[in-house]
Design a protein around this ligand. Sequence first.
Ligand code: GTP
Ligand code: MG
Length: 212
Amino acid sequence: MNISSAEFLTSSTRVENCPVPDKPEYAFIGRSNVGKSSLINMLVNKKGLAKTSSTPGKTQTINHFLINGITHPWYLVDLPGYGYAKSAKSARESWERFVRYYLAHRENLICTFVLIDMRHPPQAADLTFLEWLGKNGIPFQIVFTKCDKLSKGQIEVLFTHYQERLLQDWEEMPGFFLSSAETRLGRDQILLLIDQLNRDWAGMTPLKSPAP
Ligand code: GTP
Ligand code: MG
C-alpha cells in the first residue's frame, strides 16, 4: 500500500472523545521502549510523527493519526504501554482499565498490533495481555521488534522459544511479524495486511443510498 499522507489528528483521554468511528482503525500497543513510535514512523515513512519519549509511561492518551486522508483514509492509533514495573500500582491499574475499555469498546478497531521485543524472555505482562485480548475476542497480531539487533540464528532460536511458550496458551500460533524500524523489515507485510483489512471493511460498510 502506498502511504500518501500521515498526520496527527487528536489525543483523547476518553473513548467517547475519539474521532467518529467511521474509518478502519489499527492500534499499536506494547511495553515502553519496545519500539511503538519507531514502528509507526517507519510504516508511514515519517520520522517524528509519533513522538518518542525517554520517560516510560508518560503517554496517557489515545493518539489518533489519519493515514491517506484524501484517498482511502484509515486511523492508526498509538497507545501508552502496559506493565511498567516502576509506575505506581494505582496509576498502572487505572491506565489498564482505560486502555482495556478502549480496546473492548472501540467499534471500528479492526486489529491491534502487540509489539514484543524477542530479546527478553517471554514476559508475564505480554502473555497476560494477549490472553485477555483472546478472551475478549479482540483481533490482534504480534510484531516482534528490533530484529536488526539479532542474527538470523538468534532469531530462529528466540522465535522457537517464544512460539513454544505461546502454544501453552494458544491452540495455534497467533499471527505475527518480524520487524525492524532500522532495516524496515516487516513494513511491506504489515501494510499488506492493513490494506487487505481495509478492503474487507470497505466491502462490509453499507453502501450509501444513491442520491435522489
Ligand atoms: P514509549 O513511547 O516510551 O512507550 O516507547 P516506544 O515503544 O514508543 O519506543 P520508541 O519507538 O521510542 O523506541 C525506544 C528506543 O528503541 C529508541 O531508542 C529507538 O531508537 C529504539 N528502537 C526502536 N525500534 C528499533 C529497531 O527496530 N531497531 C533498533 N536497533 N532500535 C530501535
Ligand atoms: Mg512511544
